[in-house]
Design a protein around this ligand. Sequence first.
Ligand code: SF4
Length: 94
Amino acid sequence: MAADLTGALCAAPGQDLAMWFRELEDTVDGRRDTRYARETCLRCPVRVACLDQQMEIEGRTGASSRHGVFGGLSGRERRRLYESAKRAKARAAA
Ligand code: SF4
């Protein structure tokens, strides 16, 4: 079931959602836009639900590549979080 992301700051009027998908661009503009996206996420009232939903989607689909900033985390950071949670789960089950 999709999370209720009502109030998402990235969807507010005037926002340019493309700024959430520039973290792979190693340019001054790409870094600036990514910083803006991260800072906006940190103020977003649905940050936790957004990150939970994205982690669930990427985990379920076995995403080999993660792209975009969700919940303030880059794709690389979400992969690290996913792998860390997977290891912790395996340790708990052993
Ligand atoms: S946490 Fe970031 S990506 Fe998620 S809904 Fe809020 S602003 Fe958008």
